[in-house]
Write a protein that binds this ligand. Structure first.
Ligand code: ZN
Length: 501
């Protein structure tokens, strides 16, 4: 590595360290911090993120970046060095386009909006949140202006989570997906054979749930020498470099799925981060390629592996041993059906595999209409309920169950939602390729062996970190761009069988 590139890495390392320190404080805030620590912690986090931002956008970084750019001229465009410089240039130019005044205003407005949203949701009172969301949408419109010209007003927002991806691409894929997914969910509700989920809705001892989840996470390949699991209200994964990637989970004493599949989901995220090339630590390449690629990994382990029959061939006897009184008399087939029960419901985070994307497409469409000005913030609850009725056949009884349910908008996170659905699609695109590459995949999973699968993911995906943009990576690995087809095929095959359609 050249001297200039070394210098650039030195500067980037400081920014990354500040980010990691914020990460540790954020992890502590959601796991062990006493409630009295909240005001102080908010100040600490705000100071660290301001320092990281200032360090990143200062002139010295720009000069160091330019020097590195001339040093790497002529190197292989796909080399780590060139990709590091290119990614840094992309992030740097984006960060420099946003004036510090906007950043300050945005963090002030969203901090306040978050507090108001919590109350508004508790009281199911949208009118209370409305003026705050209006200000957020206004600020987001100003943000988008910093990146003009663009093809679509939503593009700069999406780009923060899916580098290089365009709104038009997502729309095209969702347009193909939406009618078919609605039709499948309707068919299940109207003509599906009944599925009994009472086996997973019993009282399950929390410690035993914890132990079994740890056993599964270890078996699938989550490395506890470089990770740990704790409890939190909302499960999450956070990494501070490849040597320390942590997950959290939560328990429902009367529902087995919550902790079990939550742990597999977060372990999927964490194994991705643990698998990044350690040379990328403390640089922008040490991140994920995108949020959708990240989510593809969690969904793959949670659903394609965890909710499959093959996985439970290996693990169900063990689970029966842990809960003999609850599951001893329940056969594998009944258990498989119970964990895959489909139900049209109001709350996104509780949604099953077949209905989940409908919750997401609804939010994506409303965000676009908000940004375009086609729907005013004041009209949002009604627009929400109309779409909900159309997609899921239900109407929320109040706004707490409807438009107020998610935290994202109160934090100004517009553009994030589609990544959840894209993660589901990408997981299936990758899976189709994995099945081609590992012909005996089902047999090894039935034996509880995951080395081939994890090895494939490490080799093709994980190790690259953020070296490639999501669509570029996906195309390189699967030979095609974003498409809904493998996902739709998977959903149909799985649920037509379970529901005898
Ligand atoms: Zn996730």
């Amino acid at each position: 590595m050249g001297k200039r590139l070394d210098e650039l890495r030195g500067h980037l390392g400081v920014v990354a360290d500040l980010g990691a320190a914020s990460g540790v404080l954020g992890w502590d805030q959601q796991t062990y911090m006493p409630s009295g620590g909240a005001p102080g912690r908010a100040m600490q986090l705000s100071t660290l993120s301001r320092l990281a931002h200032e360090r990143f956008v200062r002139d010295e970084m720009g000069e160091s970046l330019e020097a590195a750019e001339s040093e790497i001229a002529g190197l292989d465009p796909d080399s780590d060095q060139v990709r590091l410089v290119r990614k840094t240039r992309r992030d740097f130019d984006k960060a420099r386009k946003v004036p510090p005044e906007w950043v300050g205003e945005f963090s002030r407005i969203t901090a306040l909006a978050h507090q108001v949203w919590e109350k508004a949701r508790a009281e199911a009172d949208f009118s209370r949140f409305q003026p705050h969301l209006e200000r957020i949408v206004e600020l987001r419109r100003r943000y988008v202006d910093f990146f003009a010209p663009y093809d679509h007003i939503y593009d700069p927002l999406l780009d923060d989570f899916e580098p290089g991806m365009k709104t038009a691409e997502v729309k095209a894929v969702f347009d193909e997906l939406r009618p078919q997914q609605i039709e499948l969910v309707q068919a299940i509700a109207e003509r599906g054979a009944p599925v009994d989920d009472s086996p997973v809705r019993q009282r399950f001892d929390e410690q035993k749930q914890w132990d079994f989840g740890m056993e599964v996470a270890t078996a699938i390949g989550y490395d506890f020498d470089r990770g740990r699991q704790d409890k939190s209200v909302h499960p999450f994964t956070v990494g501070f470099g490849t040597g320390d990637v942590r997950i959290t989970t939560r328990f429902d004493p009367n529902f087995l799925n919550t902790a079990l599949f939550g742990t597999m989901h977060e372990a999927g995220h964490a194994m991705y981060e643990q698998g990044v090339n350690p040379d990328f630590d403390r640089t922008p390449l040490g991140d994920a390629s995108s949020m959708a690629i990240h989510e593809s990994q969690s969904r793959m382990w949670e659903n394609l592996v965890g909710r499959s029959r093959t996985f439970w061939v290996a693990f169900y006897p063990r689970l029966q041993e842990v809960f003999p009184g609850k599951l001893g008399e329940v056969d594998l087939e009944s258990f498989y059906r119970a964990i895959n029960k489909v139900e049209r419901s109001l709350i996104r985070v509780d949604a099953d595999e077949a209905t989940y994307n409908l919750h997401i497409m609804l939010r994506f469409e409303l965000e676009i209409e908000l940004m375009e000005g086609a729907v005013a913030v004041a009209e949002l609850p009604e627009a929400w309920n109309t779409k909900f009725q159309e997609y899921l056949g239900l109407v929320p009884s109040d706004d707490a169950e409807g438009v107020l349910q998610d935290v994202h908008w109160s934090g100004g996170m517009i553009g994030y939602f589609p990544t959840y659905a894209l993660g589901n699609l990408i997981a299936c695109q990758l899976w189709a390729k994995i099945e081609d590459d590992i012909p005996n995949l089902k047999r090894v999973i039935e034996r509880g062996e995951f080395g081939d699968l994890l090895g494939w993911l490490r080799e093709h995906l994980h190790r690259h970190g953020a070296k490639f943009e999501p669509v570029e990576l996906l195309s390189a690995v699967t030979g095609s761009g974003l498409t809904a087809r493998p996902y739709l095929r998977y959903l149909r095959e799985k649920f037509e069988e379970i529901y005898n359609l």
